[in-house]
Design a protein around this ligand. Structure first.
Ligand SMILES: [Zn+2]
Length: 277
């Protein structure tokens, strides 16, 4: 028995050394009995591999700022969250199908998502200003992550105090919503913070910002839901990116990449957004 086990132990030790050499511990922590490989955690001797879901890639350089769509993700106006049925397996190998195949039923303003001008302006909606018309140049490029004072909504005064330089075109506003972990609470919470109408106006009139990112389901404060959206979306130049996952990232300038689905006729779309440092 001993001579059979020894080579196995050696192999395991070598595997652990190799795995820790290629994969920084920052990104992967595997359950005991597993080792990290390039795609996740694997077990020796034909065990079942365990996927590792992470938000940081490339040696701490790439941050996934998208929230995972999950049943207990908050949904606008709901106490139930997205619920278990937003994604459903319609064909399954276990039931004799050749492949597993799922269907999705999801509000387009669910989770991390974008707003197109047609969201708040019916004449823009009718004219076709949907998510397929959003400018990919605005959605990809240098972006500033800033911390907003935690004691208020984003007013004109707050905007002024942030001193965002002219020329900055994409800003992700991290607020009290992140500290309160609101995107991790199933019940929709109307006490989230966001832009007041005067804050939105100040941004439009005094900055070059064309992409506004925020960390809950709406860029507008609940009490100014419509007015702030009108200010942002009227010119059709500003893109709102909502419900970003901005925790554990240092303030600063990153390369932002945000890609909505190409949904003809839709005034919103889930999006995968990343920051590259
Ligand atoms: Zn929206």
């Amino acid at each position: 028995m001993t001579n059979v086990r020894l080579p196995l132990l050696c192999a395991a030790a070598i595997a652990i050394v190799i795995a820790s050499a290629v994969t920084p511990s920052l990104e992967l922590s595997c359950p005991s009995g597993f080792f990290a490989d390039s795609i996740g955690c694997s077990q020796e001797e034909g065990g079942v591999p365990v996927p590792v879901r992470k938000d940081v890639y490339g040696n701490g350089r790439i941050f996934d700022i998208t929230h995972t769509y999950r049943p207990d993700m908050p949904s606008w106006g709901s106490v139930e969250g997205l619920g278990p049925d937003f994604i459903k397996q319609s064909e399954s190998i276990k039931n004799g199908s050749l492949a597993n195949s799922s269907e999705m039923k999801l509000g387009v303003h669910s989770g991390t998502h974008l707003d197109a001008p047609g969201h708040f302006f019916d004449h823009y909606f009718d004219a076709g200003y949907d998510v397929t018309t959003l400018d990919l140049e605005v959605l990809n490029g240098p972006a500033l992550l800033v911390d907003v004072p935690r004691d208020s909504n984003i007013t004109a005064e707050v905007m002024k105090s942030l001193n965002i330089p002219k020329g900055v075109r994409r800003v992700l506003f991290r607020t009290l919503n992140t500290d309160r972990r609101l995107m991790w609470k199933k019940e929709f919470d109307t006490s989230y913070v966001g832009f007041m109408e005067d804050g939105a106006k100040w941004l439009v009139e005094n900055t070059d910002i064309k992409l506004v990112g925020i960390d809950y389901l709406s860029a507008a404060a609940y009490v100014h839901g419509a007015p702030s959206h009108y200010v942002f979306l009227r010119s059709r130049e500003i893109i709102l990116v909502e419900a970003l996952k901005l925790e554990d990232i240092q303030v600063g300038i990153y390369s932002l990449h945000c890609l909505p689905l190409k949904l003809l006729g839709s005034e919103g779309s889930p999006a995968r957004c990343i920051l590259i440092g």
